[in-house]
Design a protein around this ligand. Structure first.
Ligand code: SF4
Ligand code: SF4
Length: 301
């Protein structure tokens, strides 16, 4: 059962006490099917998914993001959460095995396994990022008693391990997500509204729904988006994911990551000026994001 306070305590402890491993630090590890612990680590484990994890897995499985979330995920909620998170749902009826574990062979989605499965036995931690400061993420060694692989003789450099496991691509594709969730403006001081949480959830995790939001509402009539980018986000999940981060930064923090069409800006300005007691006229995210995707508003849970 996922419990956010315990997880927060774990994060604090890692940030405070955990040895920070650099790219050239070394550790011993080898995982193979002859070990008595083989597949043990794919049971009863909290696997948080990133947006890119979901893109890779749902694409590999040939299903939509909504189907993926429904079938394989839990979406915990608590009032203290700064942003929505998604975890893989372990199978209660199978000793809490990961839904993608196929005994005795192992991971059935190995090519598209999530970021955290790739880095193991390394974990990644990142302190909250304050304005104008650097908050570099770091790796640390997760020492689980049951993991015999840590007693094997094969030695790795951290950078070599990450490269071998294909983490480099996940880090590149996950950078915008990490920057967003590390940003101290996210949910500090004033909590996000339920509407903002819903928007974040859709854009981060339910890309097929976000695509409908972009193409089946007036969204593209409000924003200036180059034709080639429109075609890219229509066809390519990764391009849509990147576009989503631009939209979130615009909607949450009014960053100039999207350009409002001049005619729309003029209409909004006039409407604002006509309001009695209006403080300032301008285009705000709240008057540009007043639509839900056509139908299926509640499919993401
Ligand atoms: S517990 Fe460690 S060595 Fe065993 S299967 Fe999992 S990662 Fe490999
Ligand atoms: S996704 Fe694959 S590697 Fe990760 S826990 Fe599930 S079965 Fe194991």
């Amino acid at each position: 059962m996922w419990e956010d306070k315990a997880f927060e305590r774990f994060k604090e402890q890692v940030l405070r006490d955990g040895p920070h491993l650099g790219a050239d630090d070394r550790f011993h590890f080898q995982c193979h099917r002859n070990l008595s612990c083989f597949n043990h680590c794919c049971h009863d484990v909290n696997i948080f998914l990133t947006p890119y994890d979901i893109v890779r897995m749902k694409r590999g499985l040939g299903i939509t993001s909504g189907e993926f979330l429904d079938r394989y995920c839990i979406i915990p909620f608590s009032k203290t959460m700064r942003y929505p998170v998604v975890l893989l749902r372990m199978r209660e009826e199978a000793q809490l095995a990961c839904p993608f574990l196929e005994e005795p062979d192992g991971c059935s989605i190995y090519e598209n396994r999530p970021w955290s499965c790739r880095t193991y036995p390394l974990g990644r931690a990142a302190p909250p990022k304050k304005a104008g400061t650097e908050a570099p993420a770091f790796y640390f060694l997760i020492r689980e008693d049951f993991c015999c692989g840590l007693g094997e003789s094969r030695e790795w450099r951290v950078a070599e391990w990450l490269d071998d496991q294909g983490v480099t691509e996940y880090e590149a594709q996950g950078r915008s997500f990490q920057e967003l969730v590390q940003d101290e403006r996210l949910g500090t001081g004033k909590s996000l509204t339920p509407e903002q949480m819903d928007m974040l959830f859709m854009v981060l995790y339910d890309l097929d729904k976000f695509r409908r939001f972009v193409f089946e509402t007036r969204f593209l009539r409000k924003f200036e988006v180059a034709e080639d980018r429109v075609e890219a986000i229509r066809a390519d999940d990764v391009e849509l994911m990147k576009f989503g981060f631009d939209w979130l930064r615009f909607a949450l923090w009014q960053e100039p990551t999207l350009e409002v069409r001049a005619e729309v800006a003029a209409v909004i300005k006039a409407a604002m000026e006509a309001r009695p007691g209006a403080q300032a006229a301008g285009t705000t995210p709240s008057n540009l994001s007043d639509q839900k995707p056509a139908g299926k508003q509640d499919e993401s849970g």
